[in-house]
Structures are given as structure tokens and as C-alpha cells.
Design a protein around this ligand. Structure first.
Ligand SMILES: NC(=O)c1ccc[n+]([C@@H]2O[C@H](COP(=O)([O-])OP(=O)(O)OC[C@H]3O[C@@H](n4cnc5c(N)ncnc54)[C@H](OP(=O)(O)O)[C@@H]3O)[C@@H](O)[C@H]2O)c1
Length: 169
């Protein structure tokens, strides 16, 4: 199983405000879809709050929602109640090693960071004044392996960088 965290952060590592994203960048939405649908067994893992903010399961992906609520049910998603349960269940899937994409929010990133092999970050070149959730610090145990600069345009209000990090072995 390869575990990747996928996130869009601002210059202060902020990721959200009042259970919404800080900004919508069309380019980032497209990139997110491309990353999380590119393999055969793509699993997206998210917290209950992020799921409610998205509002529906993401198509072409196995959707996992984490909640402590034992009664939580929703069509099209698999519900789990602990990180360990998810890791154990999806180590192998369909006879092969799946790609597990951790897609937020803050509480979920913090718990999966230690297990992650790769980080896909979209760095938004801006500091948002209003933010209440953040991505964990990207420490020196992470090596930047690629960076792509994207200029702001009519569909993307800020310059942004697609950055991929891998855990230093
Ligand atoms: N910029 C980005 O890339 C990005 C991506 C995703 C989300 N976001 C933003 O992040 C914000 C949401 O983040 P958040 O930290 O407030 O919420 P969250 O991580 O999406 O969800 C938190 C909920 O997940 C459940 N949970 C967490 N750990 C668990 C565990 N170990 N076992 C079982 N359930 C667990 C709990 O649900 P219950 O309360 O139901 O028990 C908890 O209240 C929003 O603003 C969203 O838009 C940004």
C-alpha cells in the first residue's frame, strides 16, 4: 500500500475555514482528480467533516469516511472508526497493493502523516487572513522531488505550485 497525503495549503499551511476550502482553484481541482484516479485501486480517506463539506462520494474512487459515530451511514462510502482499522483492512486490496490517498482535513492529516510515503501539496502563494485548520509542518524528513509553478489566471485567483515530497528513507 502506498499512502499519500493530498492537500492544498497556503503560505502558513492553512487549509480551511468554517468547514470549507480557503479558495477554489480550478487547476488544483483538476490535478486532485488526476492524482486520485490514476491507478487501479484508488482509495480516498477523509474525516467526517471533510466528507460533509464535499457533500457526496467522489466518483471512480473507493471512499472511506472516518467518524467515531457508530450509527453514521451514507450510500457510496465505507465508514471506519479508527486509523488502524483502515490501515489493516486496506494493506492489500483486490490482490494488489492499493493507493491510499488521505484527503483531509486537519485531524486526518495529523494522524496519517507518520504512515505516509508521499505528499502531494498545492502551495497557494498567499496568506489567508481567515483560517481555522492547518496541514502539519513539513519537516526535513520530507524531500521535495518535484515542483511545478502555475500562474494565476481567470480560473485560478492565486499563483500556485504543485509540489511532491517523498519521505527520506
Ligand atoms: N485544503 C485542503 O486540501 C483541504 C482538504 C480537506 C479538508 N480541508 C478543510 O479542512 C477542514 C476540515 O478539517 P477538520 O480537521 O476540521 O475535520 P476532518 O479531519 O475533515 O474531520 C474530523 C472528524 O473526523 C472524524 N475522525 C477524526 N479522527 C478520527 C479517528 N481516529 N477515528 C474515527 N473518526 C475520526 C471525527 O468525526 P466525528 O466527529 O463524526 O466522530 C472528527 O470530528 C475544512 O475546512 C475543509 O474544507 C481542506
Amino acid at each position: 500500500m502506498t499512502i499519500s497525503l493530498v492537500t492544498a495549503i497556503d503560505r502558513n499551511n492553512a487549509i480551511g475555514y468554517k468547514n470549507q476550502l480557503l479558495v477554489k482553484l480550478k487547476n488544483d481541482m483538476k490535478y486532485f482528480k488526476q492524482i486520485t484516479t490514476s491507478g487501479d485501486h484508488n482509495i480516498v480517506v477523509m474525516g467526517r467533516k471533510t466528507f460533509e463539506s464535499i457533500g457526496k462520494p467522489l466518483p471512480q474512487r473507493i471512499n472511506i469516511v472516518l467518524t467515531k459515530d457508530k450509527d453514521f451511514r451514507c450510500r457510496g462510502v465505507f465508514v471506519y472508526h479508527s486509523v488502524e482499522e483502515v490501515l489493516k483492512q486496506y494493506k492489500y486490496y483486490g490482490g494488489s497493493k492499493p493507493n491510499l490517498f488521505v484527503i483531509g482535513g486537519e485531524t486526518i492529516y495529523r494522524q496519517f502523516m507518520r504512515y505516509a510515503d508521499r505528499l502531494y501539496t498545492t502551495l497557494i502563494d498567499h496568506v489567508f487572513e481567515k483560517a481555522d485548520t492547518h496541514f502539519p509542518q513539513i519537516t526535513s524528513e520530507w524531500k521535495l522531488i518535484s515542483e511545478q509553478y502555475n500562474q494565476a489566471d481567470e480560473n485560478n485567483p492565486y499563483d500556485h505550485y504543485f509540489r511532491i515530497y517523498e519521505k527520506v528513507k
